[in-house]
Design a protein around this ligand. Sequence first.
Ligand code: HPA
Length: 269
Amino acid sequence: MLQKIKETTSFIEKTIPFRPEVGIILGTGLGGLVNEITIHYELNYEKIPDFPVSTVDGHHGKLIFGILGGKKVVAMQGRFHFYEGYKMDDVIFPVRVLKLLGIKYLFISNASGGVNPDFEIGDLMIINDHINLLPNPLIGKHHPEFGVRFPDMEEVYSRELIKKAKIIAKQKGIMVREGVYTATTGPTFETPAEYKYFRIIGSDTVGMSTVPEAIAAHQMELSCFAISIITDLGVPGKIETITHEAVQEVASKAEEKMTIIMQELISLL
Ligand code: HPA
């Protein structure tokens, strides 16, 4: 795996003369941030040796290199989920490659179901902690190049970035929530009993992504910032039938607010 990561990195370095300092992973229905990037280069995942290829509707599958908020960024349009059948090694493969390309920060967006009864559909939640119910992506051979064997997990999501994001949100008049994101395997959405369980164990939202990449990023000592759009509610009395299309629709309506926060925060780095 280490060899593959190094080979893929060196392919990208040879193909794209651009060294990003910020990595961005765009979630379901949240590709619009790309419109704010002054694009210098694009690279389809299919063209990158050993890169996994995305299979879900609404996930495009390319790396976008350019300038956002005055910083050199690389955005992943399309990410890899465990429910698609990838091994956890593959799910975090791109984050490892981006680290070797030189990023210092990782920004992640996703769509999730709110289980906190105060939340509404369309709300934004800054992730300040997580509960991982996916297999741990660091299981397996340890590569010291990527960090320690037993990473501390006290501050996976940079408190400094969270603090700045909250100030930005306030200045821009954007209401943000803050809380705990729980990652599950999917691809099923939750039963009412499961939503209730997730609330009891301490979640504010539940989704099927983000945590593997955040764990890998944290092991590699990247500063991580993640934001979730609440696309449906897993709150007793408010649970409605949910579809992937509905998730995409709500996410794309709320993404403008998320884009403003991400862009402003990146400009402050
Ligand atoms: N559950 C899990 N994943 C999700 C949800 C949900 O309710 N909404 C968007 N992604």
